[in-house]
Design a protein around this ligand. Structure first.
Ligand SMILES: [Zn+2]
Length: 304
């Protein structure tokens, strides 16, 4: 467990940093023995960024504006809803201009109660010395995929499972372990990938079964993850790559699907599926969102 500081500055890859910070907060607030368990209500809400006491500022591709910073901090002096402390996470913190940094500095200097700040930044070049001197600094270290595979296997995970979990973990050991332990993810996901692969190989009788995977948000996201892995591996094969990036053991109809799907088809389907996945994340009804992807699959098969 990392020691808790009031103000933290993590530098490195932003998405790995986001995961590191959320896992850390979840780890403190989770009551389970091997915290963060990832399954309790507290963990789920923190990791899905829905916890009322965990505030996250993510400017996306933009810089951080002063109004944005002010409204982000406006409730800093309000007591936490349920957690023993409040957490403020600022992603791409290097995009705060000096005015923003000064606004933040005031709160950093006079926090009300137990508030923890996490600044996640690509580098420290743009920070005022006054901010830097207030923060406990550390590097975000993404763990290499091979290393994740090795560690998972040492815990008894089978190679193909370790391989997929490591591929999806964004360099985080906690993510990798949580994915590897998720039996439902592998059972449902593996079956969903098999089914899509059959359809891509031309077995159109399998098409209606695709719908069974997208009835609920959770299972639809699992299916989307696995379908993306499948399409990306197929694209890799189409581009002449020998080994697969995700599937240690390929689905049965893989070779047949690989011979009939062109690069162009695969690129199109990947784009369509990424769009679908994003919509599901944004709470569009999963089976409605998936319709876009399914009709793209159907269209590609018809133009054959
Ligand atoms: Zn938990």
């Amino acid at each position: 467990m990392t020691q808790a500081f009031h103000a933290n500055l993590l530098t490195g890859e932003i998405e790995a940093g986001r995961k590191t910070v959320l896992n850390e907060i979840a780890g403190v607030l989770c009551g389970a023995e091997n915290a963060p368990c990832g399954h309790c209500l507290s963990c789920k809400r923190i990791l899905s960024e829905q916890h009322p006491d965990v505030h996250i500022l993510d400017p996306g591709k933009n810089s951080i504006r002063i109004e944005q910073m002010r409204s982000f901090l406006v409730e800093e002096n309000v007591r936490p809803f349920e957690a023993p402390f409040k957490a403020y996470v600022i992603l791409h913190a290097e995009r705060m201009n000096p005015t923003c940094q000064n606004a933040l500095l005031k709160t950093l200097e006079e926090p009300s109660g137990d508030t923890r700040f996490y600044l996640v930044a690509e580098n420290t070049d743009a920070f005022l010395p006054t901010i830097l001197s207030r923060c406990a600094k550390r590097q975000i270290v993404p763990v290499a995929k091979e290393e994740l595979v090795r560690r998972l296997q040492s815990l008894g995970a089978r190679e193909e499972r370790a391989w997929i979990a490591a591929s999806l973990a964004n360099g985080s050991w906690q993510n990798a372990r949580a994915i590897a332990e998720d039996d439902a993810f592998f059972e449902q996901g593996g079956a969903a990938a098999e089914t899509l692969c059959r359809v891509l190989a031309g077995e159109m009788t399998a098409l209606p079964f695709l719908h069974t995977y997208v009835q609920k948000k959770e299972s639809a996201l699992t299916a989307a993850d696995w379908w993306l892995m499948l399409l990306r591996d197929l694209l890799g094969t189409a581009l002449g790559r020998e080994e697969s990036r995700y599937f240690y053991t390929r689905p049965q109809s893989y070779d047949r699907a690989a011979t009939v799907c062109s690069k162009r088809t695969l690129v199109r389907l990947i784009a369509e599926l990424e769009k679908t996945r994003q919509q599901i994340l944004e709470n569009v009804n999963a089976s409605l969102a998936a319709d876009g992807f399914f009709s793209a699959v159907l269209k590609e098969k018809k133009t054959k």
